[in-house]
Design a protein around this ligand. Structure first.
Ligand code: NAD
Ligand code: UDP
Length: 339
C-alpha cells in the first residue's frame, strides 16, 4: 500500500513525502514538474534511504493517473498539485481555474474508479477572505479575493459534495496558514522560480545577495508595529500535520476541515528581526506602500486540529528562520546546479 502525492515534488509535498517515508509508509508521486525539480525527490530518497517513484504527468490527465493506480496499490491520496501564485491567478484566471479544478475533478474520478476513497486536500487560509475577526476558526463564513482562492474554495465544495454523494469517501481539507522554513538537513526547501512573492524566500534571497533589499509592504496597518501579521508555520510541522490527517481520514467518513497554523501571529518586522538575530545577518529593508489585496492580520485557531488530529505545531519562529537560511545558504540557486 502506498500514499499518492499529487504535486509531491513541490515544496510542501517533498517535505511531506519525507515524513511519510520516515513513518514507514510508501509514497508515489505524480507531478508535472511545472513548478518543481525531480532533484527534490532524489534528495528525499537520499535522506530517507527509501525509493520515491515519480510519475511525470498532469493530474488532469486521466491516463497518467490511471497508470499510477494500475501500477501501485494506492490506498490514500494527498492532493497538493496546483498553481499557487495569487497575483498570477488574477492575471491568468482561466489557467488557474483550468489547472486547479481539472486536477481535482480528474483525481476524484480516477480514485472512485480505483476504489480509493481517502483524500487529504491542500486548501488555504485564503478561503477566509477578508474576515477581520481573529483567530480564524473553521466555522467562519468563507469568501475569496482572487481566482487562486476561489479554486481552493471550489475544490473544497467539490470534495464536500462528493463525500456527501458517495459515503465511501473520507476527505480531510487542510487550510494552511503561512508555511516557511525547510528540513533541518538543509537538503530540501522552498525553491521559488523568478522573484519570490512570499516574505521568507524574499528575505533569504536578500541576505544571500541575490536581491538588494526587502520591500516591507506597508507600516500603517493596525498592528503592533504597523506591518502585516501572519501565522508562519514551519513546513516540517505542516508536513507532520499531513500524517495526522492521513490517520484521521482512515477512520472518518465524510469531509472534515482543519486549520493548520500555530495560532500565533508575527509581524513582518518581527520576522525580519528574528531572522537577523538567529542567523547573525542583516536584512536590509525599505518600507513601501501596501501590497494591494493584503490584509492587516491573519492567524489561525488551531484548536480543532489539536483536539481531533492530535497534532500541533512545535517549532518556533527561530527554528523557521534558522532552517530557511540553512537551506538558502547551502543551495543559493535552489535545486539548480544540484550535486
Ligand atoms: P509547489 O508549487 O511547490 O507545489 C505544487 C506542485 O504541484 C508543484 O510541484 C507543481 O509542479 C505541481 N503541479 C501543479 N499543477 C499540476 C498539475 N496539473 N498536475 C501535476 N502536478 C502539478 O507549492 P507548495 O507550496 O508545495 O503548495 C502545495 C499545495 O499547497 C498547493 O496546492 C498550494 O496551493 C497549497 N498551499 C500552499 C501554500 C504556501 O504558502 N506554500 C499555502 C496554502 C496552500
Ligand atoms: N510581505 C512584505 N514584503 C514582501 C513579501 C511579503 O512586506 O516582499 C508581507 C506581506 O505584506 C504580508 C506578509 O509579508 O504582510 C506575508 O506575505 P506573504 O506573501 O509571504 O504571505 P501571504 O500574503 O500569503 O500571507
Amino acid at each position: 500500500m502506498a500514499v499518492l502525492l499529487t504535486g509531491g515534488a513541490g515544496y510542501i509535498g517533498s517535505h511531506t513525502a519525507l515524513c511519510i517515508l520516515n513513518a514507514g509508509q510508501d509514497v508515489v508521486v505524480l507531478d508535472n514538474l511545472s513548478n518543481a525539480s525531480p532533484e527534490a525527490l532524489r534528495r528525499v530518497s537520499e535522506l530517507t534511504g527509501k525509493d520515491v517513484p515519480l510519475f511525470v504527468g498532469d493530474c488532469a490527465d486521466k491516463d497518467a493517473l490511471n497508470r499510477v493506480f494500475d501500477q501501485y496499490k494506492i490506498d490514500q491520496v494527498i492532493h497538493f498539485a496546483g498553481l499557487k501564485a495569487v497575483g498570477e491567478s488574477v492575471a491568468q484566471p482561466l489557467r488557474y481555474y483550468r489547472n486547479n479544478l481539472d486536477a481535482t475533478l480528474t483525481l476524484c474520478e480516477v480514485m472512485q474508479a480505483h476504489q480509493c476513497f481517502d483524500l487529504v486536500f491542500s486548501s488555504s487560509a485564503t478561503v477566509y477572505g477578508t474576515i477581520q475577526e481573529m483567530p480564524l476558526r473553521e466555522t467562519f463564513p468563507l469568501g475569496c479575493t482572487n481566482p487562486y482562492g476561489w479554486t481552493k474554495f471550489m475544490s473544497e465544495q467539490i470534495l464536500r459534495d462528493l463525500s456527501h454523494a458517495d459515503e465511501r469517501f473520507h476527505v480531510v481539507l487542510l487550510r494552511y496558514f503561512n508555511p516557511v522554513g525547510a528540513h533541518e538537513s538543509g537538503r530540501i526547501g522552498e525553491d521559488p522560480s523568478g522573484i519570490p512573492n512570499n516574505l521568507m524566500p524574499f528575505i533569504c534571497q536578500v541576505v544571500s545577495g541575490r536581491r538588494k533589499e526587502l520591500s516591507v509592504f506597508g507600516n500603517d496597518y493596525p498592528t503592533r508595529d504597523g506591518t502585516g501579521v501572519r501565522d508562519y508555520i514551519h513546513v516540517m510541522d505542516l508536513a507532520e500535520g499531513h500524517l495526522a490527517a492521513l490517520a484521521y481520514a482512515r477512520e472518518h467518513a465524510g469531509t472534515e476541515v482543519f486549520n493548520l497554523g500555530t495560532g500565533v501571529g508575527y509581524s513582518v518586522l518581527e520576522l525580519v528581526h528574528a531572522f537577523e538575530e538567529v542567523n547573525g545577518v542583516r536584512v536590509p529593508y525599505r518600507v513601501t506602500p501596501r501590497r494591494p489585496g493584503d490584509i492587516a492580520t491573519c492567524y489561525a485557531d488551531p484548536a480543532k486540529a489539536t483536539n481531533l488530529l492530535h497534532w500541533e505545531a512545535k517549532r518556533s519562529l527561530a527554528d523557521m528562520c534558522r532552517d530557511a537560511w540553512n537551506w538558502q545558504k547551502n543551495n543559493p540557486n535552489g535545486y539548480h546546479e544540484a550535486q
